[in-house]
Write a protein that binds this ligand. Structure first.
Ligand code: ZN
Length: 546
């Protein structure tokens, strides 16, 4: 005889149903949205400055073929061009004023302290959540800032900033499978490996590259997916140590390896798959450094309370080290007289950021709100007045609120600026304001790469200029899905060989929309199916399953 489930059993049954629905390939949950499959391959920090000459020498034949068959573009990164803001923004189609992710750290509210971000810091829905809600199957491998892994229909293995000992994959048992195969979620120095010598690091990176290639090939071979996205972070990690723009050496070798792996992934994905290759920012070398901290002190905008050399924190994983360095730098300041603050992790490449020590916002703020704009104008004028050989150092200045307006704008600094392309920007208590290096320093550049080809992509020889925030809306459109009205990124309909009008829907009108606050909770199969049916009834997903 059947009894209704007891109230205590209900959550368990819901959980089983949710797992059944998330398990790919089960007929009960099969998707009826169009099967237009897309593979996205991310090469963190890849730049056409090096790729173009390598293609010219015939050393990256797979990417060359992709660009020749399809389209390519410079992909402008976030300002500042940093992996966290750029990847989160790319996958959500939204900028830092909307996602709330500007940096690897975020201010603890009502404090000068910073805390490291994670996937929950992103206030916007990433593409895998949107597609999961609409019944599509996704594979997400190694995308930075995806820990803790959110429940998706398919597989998700988190990337950079994953705590190595935690569960960093979805479904939960996938972590132990990947661990047995030797995959590390993060090959960088942020959470581990800071103590490795450069040669050991290189060896580890090559070993990880092969494991990740095989893990990705296995997922692609399951043939049950609509979107697969894999990011190779190692290029950025090695470039920070060794990039010199040369077509000889470890960076060029790594790009050749990535090109070979790309060929294998494209082959496994099959001819019906549209393929996108992209990076979150570029790379370059900088002969000069502009150090914001001593500049603020010299300009009287920040006041130190003590003398003596800056204290360095003890060696630690970079996420701990950077937060501690920031704490020690703040301790040197007399906050009662300091009007402007700079944080090193909010500077990258030839871009820097500044925050006012604002009364009512910062705990010891001294700048009254009604004087904020006048002070920003004064700081902008002072920045623009800095002369270096060749002309003014600072070429562009933005108000954070105007560059990245939106509900999360409070997490964006007050002033963002760009310098000449041969000057990198840092904020360090050590060293002078302006330095020339004997050996130019590798660092990020604004322009990343984009290339796409496949059965639904048209061919165009001329290189376009798009934004990294265009990735999610463009991929959704390519897959035949509506994009969100809230997305500031653009869906490039011109990518398609038979362009379709871009369908837009507001979060509020999409029954499958899940805000970040709810994304780590699990839904029942019935709830999800009801959402998908509603979306279809609204005409934002058709029943065509070709
Ligand atoms: Zn990056």
């Amino acid at each position: 005889m059947n009894h209704p489930p007891s109230p205590s059993a209900r959550p368990f049954i819901q959980w089983v149903l949710w797992l059944a629905c998330l398990a790919p390939g089960l007929g009960a949950c099969s998707s009826e949205v169009p099967k237009r499959r897309v593979l996205i391959v991310g090469w963190d920090g890849a730049t056409f400055d090096l790729i173009d000459p390598l293609i010219g020498e015939g050393r990256m034949p797979v990417l060359a073929d992709l660009m020749q068959r399809g389209q390519h573009a410079w992909l402008e990164s976030s300002r500042v061009p940093i992996s966290s803001a750029a990847w989160v923004g790319a996958c959500s189609g939204q900028h830092p004023g909307e996602t709330g992710v500007y940096d690897f750290f975020q201010r603890v509210e009502g404090s000068y302290e910073v805390e490291v971000i994670d996937a929950r810091s992103n206030l916007c829905p990433p593409i895998w959540r949107i597609l999961t809600g609409r019944g599509a199957t996704v594979n997400v491998l190694g995308v930075p800032i995806t820990w803790p892994p959110e429940p998706v229909r398919g597989h998700l293995a988190a990337g950079m900033l994953s705590p190595p000992a935690a569960d960093w994959a979805w479904p939960p048992e996938y972590t132990s499978e990947l661990r047995e195969r030797g995959l590390l979620p993060d090959v960088g120095i942020w959470t581990q490996m800071r103590s490795l010598a450069p040669d050991q690091m290189l060896e580890r990176i090559h070993e990880q590259l092969l494991i990740k290639e095989q893990v990705t090939l296995d997922l692609l071979g399951r043939n049950d997916w609509d979107l697969s996205m894999v990011v190779f972070k190692s290029l950025d990690v090695i470039s920070h140590q060794r990039y010199d723009g040369s077509t000889q050496g470890v960076i060029a070798d790594l790009l050749e390896d990535l090109d070979r792996i790309l060929g294998n992934l494209i082959k496994e994905a099959g001819p019906q798959t549209d393929v996108i290759v992209m990076s979150d920012h570029g790379f370059g070398v900088f002969p000069f450094t502009f150090n914001l901290y001593p500049w603020l002190v010299n300009a009287g905008l920040a006041v130190e309370q003590g003398e003596g050399p800056p204290t360095q924190p003890a060696a630690a994983p970079l996420i701990v080290f950077e937060a501690e360095t920031e704490r020690l730098r703040l301790k040197r300041l007399d906050l009662a007289q300091t009007r402007v603050l700079a944080t090193n992790t909010e500077c990258e490449g030839n871009f820097g950021s500044l925050r006012l020590n604002l009364a009512g916002r910062e705990p010891e703020g001294v700048v009254p709100a009604d004087q904020a704009e006048a002070l920003l104008t004064e700081v902008e004028a002072a920045l623009r007045a800095i002369e270096v050989p060749g002309g003014p150092l600072v070429t562009q200045v933005w108000r954070g609120a105007q560059l990245y307006p939106g509900p999360a704008n409070g997490r964006v600094p007050d002033l963002i600026f760009e310098t000449r392309t041969d000057w990198q920007v840092v904020a360090s208590a050590a060293g002078p304001a302006l330095t020339q290096h004997q050996v130019p320093r590798p660092n990020h550049r604004l322009d990343g790469i984009f290339a796409a080809a496949g059965p639904r992509v048209s061919s165009r020889a001329e290189r376009a200029r798009w934004s990294v925030f265009d990735l999610a809306p463009t991929a959704l459109h390519l897959m035949g899905h509506s994009i969100y009205e809230e997305m500031s990124g653009e869906a490039h309909a011109e990518l398609l060989s038979s362009p379709q009008p871009v369908q837009r829907i507001a979060h509020a009108d999409d029954p499958t929309y899940r805000p970040s606050a709810e994304a780590w909770k699990e839904l029942t199969q019935e709830q999800r199916q009801a959402q998908i049916d509603q979306l279809k009834a609204l005409g934002y997903a058709d029943d065509d399953d070709d």
